[in-house]
Design a binder for this molecule. Structure first.
Ligand SMILES: [Fe+2]
Ligand SMILES: [Fe+2]
Length: 213
């Protein structure tokens, strides 16, 4: 699950680097994420050292873009929250005596992103819609799982709901704002793909997987 939080931060970071900020800001963003990635992918560092790491520089929008500031504001907040979730997951794991193990990602996000159109701004709009589905589905799964979990973990899941719910709304409203046209058809299109990913048999059992085989 900590991997989901890191992936969420990474994809938000990718979006602002690709679409909204100047190069120096992009470097500062990568530096911010690096200790988390080192820990996750290279087993470098101590998870406790990840507490309260913050972004050292304010993000400057690319001059050419009208939506850039809004994208930056929403995504920087989202990254902060996801990195905090990441830390919280490690904290809960340590309490429960669970050792951190590297895992691969499930088919879910890849399965959605495969259908992103290849030209702009449609590609960006599609990525934002995918982001909204991923966040909304996490939100739903936290809520559904909580009643079956030990109190400490249930409380933690419930504490995540509020920010995950805002994340999906932020993604959707950005998609809407950038499209400047009705996106409901595209939302429905990804809805069909998303439904298939979560309702069909899936050999890989992860937070976002389909029906366990
Ligand atoms: Fe999260
Ligand atoms: Fe989230």
């Amino acid at each position: 699950m900590s991997l989901c939080e890191l992936k969420a931060a990474q994809s938000a970071m990718y979006l602002i680097r690709r679409y909204a900020i100047d190069e120096q800001s992009a470097d500062a963003l990568l530096q911010w994420l690096k200790p988390y990635e080192d820990f996750t992918y290279r087993q470098v560092g101590d998870w406790q050292a990840l507490a309260g790491l913050s972004l050292k520089k304010s993000m400057l929008p690319k001059a050419s873009s009208q939506y850039a500031q809004d994208l930056i504001d929403k995504m920087v907040l989202l990254i902060k929250e996801e990195l905090h979730h990441f830390y919280q997951v490690l904290e809960v794991m340590a309490e429960q005596g669970i050792v951190y193990e590297k895992i691969t990602s499930s088919r879910y996000a890849k399965g959605l992103l495969r259908h992103v159109r290849t030209y702009e701004p449609e590609a960006m709009i599609d990525k934002l819609i995918c982001g909204a589905y991923i966040e909304a589905r996490s939100c739903e799964r936290f809520a559904k799982l909580a009643p079956f979990l030990p109190q400490r973990i249930a409380d933690f899941y419930i504490s995540l709901l509020r920010s995950e719910a805002r994340h999906y709304q932020d993604y959707l409203s950005l998609a809407q704002q950038i499209a400047q046209a009705d996106i409901s058809e595209r939302v429905a299109f990804f809805g069909v793909i998303e439904a298939e990913l979560i309702t069909t048999p899936d050999a890989d059992f992860k937070f976002h997987s389909g029906v366990p085989q």
